[in-house]
Design a protein around this ligand. Structure first.
Ligand code: ADP
Ligand code: GN1
Ligand code: MG
Length: 395
């Protein structure tokens, strides 16, 4: 664990205050708090007081090791949010993400530090330079009285509402021209590519960690062909490419704290061309199960068919009339493929020294991979049940 000193805290506050000024917010920074739940970016809640009122915002440092072209990614997000807003009847502030702009008119800023510790803005960031020290920040409205879920905590209603929210999101993006988007992470759900990368990591084994995961590596090897199922269907023209979110965890939806009404979908960084079953499958992986993503006791990790049904009902209430027959069939497959894919990503990251996902302890990525593989095995045992539930949703 990294222990933060009082000086570190003062420095963070100073940096956040500088960033708020660059986004032209009036008032003084009076409060900030790290929001610890994402694995990639670093998000802070901030409150400013201008002598009359307190205003709250979300300030976020984007991880450009992961998003190599963050400027284009912010352009994607602009286009996506505009498109969604054009479909919504309400312009209520709590139901939209509003990114603030700097004096230069950018919805982001690139921050650098002088040797004396003072900050300044820069025009460019070179993500190919391993010595690059610039930081990429953005700032948007904090959605008040909202909650997001790390697990569905057995609540079928949370899953049903999540299904509705992500289904609606997919539906609203149906007529969005995908060619306008830059792939923020190339090959993101290209599982054939993911498998190649994983087995290269295994072969190179730079830290000698593969020995800790012999059984897991074998499970992934045995299922490598299955992992390519969706890619083969894309190549055969059986599944249409849509614009999808690609990271549909329930903690990427903000719900009204009192009514559980889904207010807004967040974390739009990975919005790219993709398959409907990626979005369907990733929520199933994350939330239609009996334990958290990083549960250390594998025996506790199972698919929960009641939660699966609730999500399927919610999702298909929005997308049922849109999906082709092949896409409907792919939903359950997508859950298993995405789970296997993520297991390979977590384990691959463990093998190369945890460069991608934030970890809380040294074996965290290994533990995550084991939990995902336990879930994957259970999904494969229940593939027919999942297909039956999807078929039931038509009745
Ligand atoms: P990451 O890419 O790190 O997952 P997210 O954009 O998902 O970052 O933000 C992390 C968490 O911060 C979310 O799960 C949510 O709990 C909270 N959050 C993000 N944006 C907002 C917002 N605008 N208002 C309130 N909470 C937010
Ligand atoms: C990451 O950023 P976050 O925590 O919402 C990851 C997803 C994984 C997820 C697993 C850009 O999502 O792909 O499924 O962790 N995001 C990226 O929890 O790689
Ligand atoms: Mg997130």
């Amino acid at each position: 664990m990294v222990v933060k000193t009082v000086q570190d805290e003062a420095r963070i506050k100073e940096k956040l205050a500088y960033i708020c000024k660059q986004f032209r917010l009036p008032g003084e920074l009076i409060l900030y708090r790290l929001i610890p739940n994402g694995h990639i970016n670093t998000a802070y809640y901030v409150a400013l007081y201008d002598g009359k009122e307190v205003r709250q915002f979300l300030v976020q440092k984007v991880n450009w090791y992961v998003f190599r072209d963050p400027v284009s990614m912010m352009h994607n997000i602009d286009l996506i949010t505009q498109h969604i807003m054009s479909k919504e009847r309400t312009l209520e502030r709590r139901r939209r993400l509003h990114f603030h702009h700097t004096a230069e008119g950018n919805n982001y800023l690139i921050l650098r530090e002088h040797p004396d510790g003072s900050y300044y803005l820069s025009d460019t960031l070179n993500s190919n330079d391993e010595n690059e020290t610039a930081e990429f920040w953005r700032l948007y409205n904090f959605i008040e009285n909202s909650v997001s879920f790390e697990t569905a905590e057995g609540q079928t209603e949370v899953l049903r509402m999540s299904g509705k929210a992500f289904g609606k999101f997919n539906r609203q993006l149906q007529d969005f021209d995908a060619s306008q988007l830059v792939e923020s992470i190339p090959h993101f759900h290209d599982t054939v590519y993911r498998m190649e990368t994983f087995f290269r990591n295994v072969a190179e084994d730079p830290l000698g960690r593969a020995k800790d995961a012999g059984r897991e590596i074998e499970t992934i090897r045995e299922n490598r062909d299955f992992a390519g199922t969706l890619c083969r269907q894309i190549d055969a023209g059986e599944l249409p490419i849509r614009v999808t979110h690609n990271d549909t965890k329930t903690n990427n939806i903000l719900f009204d704290r009192d009514t559980l009404d889904p207010l807004v979908i967040i974390d739009l960084d990975t919005c790219m061309p993709g398959l409907a079953c990626y979005d369907f499958g990733d929520t199933i992986r994350f939330a239609a199960c009996t334990a958290e993503e990083d549960e250390p006791d594998e025996s506790k990790m199972k698919l929960d068919l009641d939660l699966f049904r609730a999500y399927a009902e919610g999702y298909l209430s929005q997308m049922g009339g849109v999906l082709s027959e092949a896409e409907r069939k792919s939903l359950a497959t997508g859950a298993a493929v995405i789970t296997l894919e993520l297991a390979s990503r977590f384990l691959g990251d463990y093998l190369i020294g945890d460069k991608y996902f934030r970890i809380d302890y040294p074996e965290h990525n290994l533990v995550r991979a084991k939990a995902q593989l336990a879930l994957f095995r259970d999904m494969m045992l229940h593939m027919d049940d999942m297909q039956r539930i999807i078929a039931d949703c038509r009745k």
